[in-house]
Design a protein around this ligand. Structure first.
Ligand SMILES: *Cc1c(COP(=O)(O)O)cnc(C)c1O
Length: 416
């Protein structure tokens, strides 16, 4: 390839909004060593490339037109760019789309769902404060509270998510933040979110929902009265089992500004290629969510007919804990459910069943194209009080043909 002739392009100094504005022809006179020419190249792409997707803008450095622009631009405003960590057209676009998906006004992106959880805690809690978590909270969130938050002088307590009175009783004078989650991690209890959010509001405590399961599809979180909605974009918004990202969405301006300041000070950036992948996947989010949901309900219904099984925990199934709350809140149910085996099948045999599955991968996370199965020892995770009375397997239903998934579970049961 030959270097473009500046005369044939729009050339150095042509108006090029958004690009480096200084005329490369302004370079100091003198030598023109190769490395300088490689950096200060004269080519300017033509204006106005029209395409459906937003471009993958990558940056640490963002160039300013001149020193006055550098001095006047504020990183905290989205009407200009200052540094890659503070946003690019690509990240701003994803933030806007997640905010509109969730019915919020502002979104911040974090490098993982767990980083988004940590961001909320770091922004809104200080030494001496107390945090409340549902008893069935996402495990790593509990570990963060037990270790780093405890070391920083932030206490935590648990409440029963199926009992709004238990939450009201747990809120004390030092309580500053309440995490809500639907459904409960692994055990799938579906709380009455509206009542829990109302308790927080009445008591003047900020509520934050881990909305990874709902993904902005199953229900509108802010309509239920929560202050903040956090998501692991790793799950349904990505849908590819290929990247990690989190989001924190708010309606309230002052809450957003507090979160944003901490976000900046912690340096939580996300990679442009990952943002692009989420943007690409978002357009099929509702279709994929519906497909995961339909397949999971069929597989869960099949499990209900199996004599090996004591209970199927799926919020859309009558008899699953909190089913009535799910029915009152949601129009869909994602692709997750858990099966509790009859206690006559010891955990080692249930492990053998999982090993015998051919289409289900054995691995963490969910919402990707491949179905996954993970056995959990709930009593070991949460103590005897949390026990579900038998070995539990959590299924994440992918996008394979559900008949094949049913047949796979059927053949693997012989290993019990
Ligand atoms: C996966 C998950 C997270 C964390 O997301 P990562 O991107 O894996 O850190 C948080 N909450 C829930 C409910 C999740 O399922």
């Amino acid at each position: 390839m030959t270097a473009p002739n500046p005369a044939e392009t729009n050339g150095p100094g042509a108006p090029n909004e958004g690009g480096p504005a200084r005329d490369p022809g302004d370079r100091p006179a003198g030598g023109d060593p190769l490395t300088t020419r490689l950096i200060h190249h004269p080519y300017r792409a033509p204006e106005g490339f029209g395409a459906v997707p937003v471009a993958v803008h990558k940056a640490s450095t963002v160039l300013f037109r001149d020193v006055a622009a550098l001095r006047s631009r504020e990183w905290c405003h989205k009407n200009g760019y200052t540094y890659g960590l503070h946003g690019t057209p690509t990240t701003f676009t994803l933030e806007e789309r997640i905010a509109s998906l969730e019915g919020g006004r502002h979104t911040l992106l974090a490098p993982s769902g767990l980083a988004a959880i940590a961001l909320v805690n770091a922004a809104l809690l200080a030494s001496g404060d107390e945090l409340l978590l549902p008893a069935n909270v996402y495990g790593p969130s509990r570990e963060l509270a037990r270790h780093e938050l405890a070391a920083w002088g932030i206490a935590h307590r648990f409440y029963d998510p199926l009992d709004a009175a238990s939450l009201a009783a747990a809120i004390g004078p030092q309580t500053r933040l309440v995490w809500l989650e639907v459904p409960g991690s692994i055990t799938m209890e579906f709380p009455d979110l509206r009542s829990l959010a109302a308790v927080c509001r009445d008591r003047g405590v900020t509520s934050v929902l881990d909305n990874t399961w709902g993904a902005g599809v199953a229900f509108a979180p802010f309509e239920l009265g929560v202050d903040i909605s956090m998501q692991a974009l790793t799950k349904y918004p990505s849908g590819g089992a290929d990247l990690l990202m989190g989001s924190v969405t708010t309606r309230d301006e002052s809450l957003h500004q507090r979160l944003k300041a901490t976000h900046m000070r912690l340096g939580l950036g996300v990679g442009a290629n990952d943002v692009e992948a989420v943007l690409r996947s978002l357009s099929t989010l509702a279709l994929r969510y519906a497909a995961h949901d339909a397949a999971a309900r069929r597989l869960a219904a099949w499990w209900q007919t199996r004599p090996e099984v004591r209970r199927v925990l799926h919020p859309a199934l009558d008899g699953s804990p909190g089913h009535a709350h799910w029915a009152a809140t949601c129009s869909a149910a994602a692709g997750l459910f858990s099966v509790v085996f009859d206690p006559r099948h010891p955990p080692a045999r249930v492990d053998a069943f999982v090993d015998a599955l051919r289409l289900f991968g054995i691995g963490y996370s969910w919402a990707g194209p491949m179905s996954l199965a993970v056995p959990y020892d709930i009593a070991a995770l949460r103590g005897e009080a949390g026990s579900v009375g038998g070995a539990l397997v959590r299924f994440s239903v992918g996008l394979e043909a559900v008949e094949d998934l049913i047949a796979d579970c059927g053949q693997a049961l012989t290993a019990l």
